[in-house]
Design a protein. Sequence first.
Length: 216
Amino acid sequence: MAKKRKRKIRFGRILVLLFLICLLAFGGYFAYKKLNVKKAPVKEIKNISTISEYGYTLKENATSYYKDLFKKLEKALDSKEVSEEDYMTLVGQMFVADFFNLDNKLNKNDVGGKQFVYEKYRDDFVKYAMDSMYKSVESNVYDNRNQDLPIVTSVDVEKVKTESFKYGDFIDEKAYVVNFEVTYKEDLGYQTSGSLVIIHNDKKLEVASMSEKSSS
């Protein structure tokens, strides 16, 4: 009986030892993976151009379409007499092109188009975007995302009318109401049309409202 007990005890110790070895092996494996993730370089996005007088910047990861729009904006704002209609059209195009293009965003916090949003509405706009359209955008800070996200290839903007617009104590008697249409590289089911209200804020034109429905 004593021998059988000793064998049972030894067998139990062997099982415990094997369990500990497996635990250490798995722990080491996951620790190794974690260290490797930490060692992976964090993706950094630099600004490659700036329109200083207006505070607009161009990021290096912008699409070729958006970069072309930025060049047009630079040229338009560098004119002796800035065409407000051209400026308004470019603001609408660039806002929509950057906001709806999710493929180049680092994570859900990297909301596009915000530099064109009315400054007093900007924080609320970013929160709204993070809780809606940007909510499902996976992180790509380590450049390892595997997710199908929309790429904007063109935006058409058409002025519908001018009207009075009020936000808090701010009133613009001649705000622009425009309709837009978005074309994507691939149809993934995202919004393709809508309307914007673009207001005057000192010398800048800024987006103060966006709707999923076109205006008439």
